[in-house]
Design a protein. Structure first.
Length: 70
């Protein structure tokens, strides 16, 4: 999946703070994400996060996971 630093991901499961949106801070085998609701930062395997993505916003455009595979 084509994900870039600065993209905003909407996850299927919201964070306990109520926000489901995360900014991508670092990419690689592991992703580092920051919750846009509370500022909490998490790191984890790329494959784990990719499965949870509902949509992605890049430069004001909303993309679905299917569109990112193209
Ligand atoms: Zn949060």
């Amino acid at each position: 999946m084509n994900i870039l630093v600065g993209d905003v991901l909407t996850m299927k499961k919201p964070h306990p703070c109520g926000s489901g949106r995360w900014e991508v801070l670092r990419i690689g085998a592991d992703f580092k994400l920051r919750c846009l609701g509370c500022g909490h930062e998490v790191m984890g395997a790329r494959s784990k996060f990719e499965k949870q993505i509902k949509s992605l916003v890049r430069e004001g455009e909303t993309l679905s996971p299917e569109e990112l595979k193209k």
